[in-house]
Design a protein around this ligand. Structure first.
Ligand code: APR
Length: 240
C-alpha cells in the first residue's frame, strides 16, 4: 500500500475535494458488502434485489419492514472504523469538502461527518408513503407505527431497486464533482449508476481521481491512481 508523491502533493495543495464511498468503507465495521455474494437469496428465499424493490413496497410492505428491521438489528451496535474516522477529519482540512455515500448505515455521521450526501437514503429514517414526511428514528431505534402527520403507512427512507434517487442529491454531488481538484473513490464496485458516474464527471472536469479498493473495478481505468488495499488501512496513511 503506497501513496505516491504525486498524490501527496495534490493532497497538500487541494482546496476542493470530493469523496465517494460504497459498502466497502463499512466492511471493516462488519457491514456485509452487496456483491461477491452472487445472486444468493438473502431473506426468506428472496434475493436482495427482490426484497429491496419498489415493487415489494406495493406488494408486501410488512415483509420489507421485517427485512429492514433485521438489518437495523445487526447494524445497531456497529461502530465506524478508521476509514470513517479519517474521512471525518478531512471535512475541516479542505476549503470545500464533499462526502457522497451510497451507504445507508449512517456510519459516516456516527464518525462525525457533517452534510453527508446520502444518495441511497438512510436505514435509520422512515418516510410516509403518502405525504413523504420524514421520521428520524428515536435514539432507541423506535419509529412511529404510522405517519405522525397524516396517519398513513411509513416505509424505509432507502432508495430501493427501481426507484429514483432523492431529489437534488445527485445533481448537487455532480456539481461538486465537476469542480473538485481531487476525487477519492473508496470501497465501491462502481457498478451502480448514477453514483458510479460521479468520479467520471470529476475526471472529465480534470480532477485527479484516486481509487481505494482491495480489488480492481470498472472505475479503475478512469483513475489516475489506484491504491489496492482496505480503506481502514490505507486512509489513515494520509494523516501520518
Ligand atoms: N476497503 C475498501 N473497499 C472494500 C473493502 C475494504 N475493506 N472490502 C470490500 N471492498 C470493496 C469490494 O472490493 C467492492 O468493490 O467494496 C466494494 C463493494 O461493492 P458493492 O458490494 O457492490 O457495494 P457498492 O458499490 O456500495 O454498491 C452500490 O448497490 O446494491 C446496491 O444500493 C446498494 O448502495 C449499494 C449499491
Amino acid at each position: 500500500m503506497h501513496i505516491s508523491t504525486e498524490l501527496r502533493k495534490r493532497w497538500a495543495e487541494a482546496n476542493r475535494v470530493l469523496v465517494l464511498t460504497g459498502a466497502g468503507v463499512s466492511a471493516e465495521s462488519g457491514v456485509p458488502t452487496f456483491r461477491g455474494g452472487g445472486n444468493t437469496t438473502v431473506w426468506k428465499g428472496m434475493r436482495f434485489d427482490v426484497i429491496s424493490s419498489a415493487e415489494m413496497i406495493e406488494r408486501d410492505l410488512p415483509a420489507v419492514w421485517e427485512w429492514f428491521d433485521y438489518r437495523r438489528g445487526f447494524m445497531a451496535d456497529i461502530k465506524p472504523n478508521a476509514a470513517h474516522e479519517e474521512i471525518a477529519r478531512w471535512q475541516d482540512r479542505f476549503a470545500e469538502f464533499t462526502l457522497v455515500t451510497q451507504n445507508i448505515d449512517g456510519l459516516h455521521q456516527k464518525a462525525g461527518s457533517r452534510d453527508v450526501i446520502e444518495l441511497h437514503g438512510n436505514i435509520w429514517r422512515a418516510r410516509c408513503t403518502v405525504c413523504r414526511f420524514f421520521h428520524n428514528d428515536s435514539s432507541d431505534g423506535k419509529r412511529p407505527c404510522a405517519c405522525l402527520e397524516c396517519g398513513n403507512h411509513l416505509r424505509p427512507d432507502v432508495v430501493l431497486f427501481g426507484e429514483m434517487l432523492p431529489a437534488g442529491a445527485f445533481e448537487f454531488a455532480a456539481e461538486r464533482a465537476s469542480r473538485c481538484e481531487l476525487c477519492f473513490v473508496i470501497g465501491t464496485s462502481g457498478l451502480v449508476y448514477p453514483a458510479a458516474g460521479i468520479p467520471e464527471i470529476a475526471r472529465g472536469a480534470g480532477a485527479y481521481v484516486c481509487e481505494v479498493n482491495p480489488e480492481l473495478t470498472p472505475l479503475s481505468d478512469i483513475c489516475d491512481e489506484v491504491i489496492t488495499g482496505k480503506a481502514g488501512e490505507v486512509l489513515p496513511l494520509f494523516s501520518r
